[in-house]
Design a protein around this ligand. Sequence first.
Ligand SMILES: Cc1cc2nc3c(=O)[nH]c(=O)nc-3n(C[C@H](O)[C@H](O)[C@H](O)COP(=O)(O)O)c2cc1C
Length: 182
Amino acid sequence: MPFFLGITGASGSVIGARLAEELAKRDKVFLCLTKCARFIAQREGVKVPGAENITLLDEEDFSSPVASGSFRLKACIIAPCSMGTLARIANGISSNLIERAADIALKEGWPLVIVPRETPLNAVHLENMLKLASSGARIVPPVLTFYHNPKTIDDLVNFVVGRILDIIGVEHKLYRRWGHEA
Ligand SMILES: Cc1cc2nc3c(=O)[nH]c(=O)nc-3n(C[C@H](O)[C@H](O)[C@H](O)COP(=O)(O)O)c2cc1C
């Protein structure tokens, strides 16, 4: 079954790009970027991922199969997720294809993983995250982690991407697990 990946206008486009590559090694990926995501990716020197398994969708294309619950998806992931997109999903406002895909995942009970990127977080952000977590979404902030002894930015990114893959049940070797030697 295919994956849906939305990349929105928050810092950390590299997380979305890395995740797209990993997912595309395993199955078809429907990838959608918002206008702000494209701008930020360019600023952060990240290329929009392209691979045979990746289908790029327009954020305004509501005629796409992923805009319907009758089209099955293995998981819907939004990484990174801006506070704007987070707020709209938490409040059922499907103003673009990413928000619509997330809304469908919630109504159908499919895995929905949100990777919110902002700091510090205000009460509105936290309330929106709580709303989504209560509705079944998994909230996976891209936090810094050091127990796996990262040496490079890639190591840090791979840890976050690996945790996302863990949640959607995709096997990987992107980071060394606690209790497992290299
Ligand atoms: C360089 C840059 C970095 C940004 N980083 C963030 C961020 O980390 N988190 C966030 O919530 N918004 C961030 N923003 C603001 C969002 O891009 C803005 O709220 C936008 O409306 C989000 O649109 P989207 O959710 O449709 O992608 C950033 C904007 C710019 C220009």
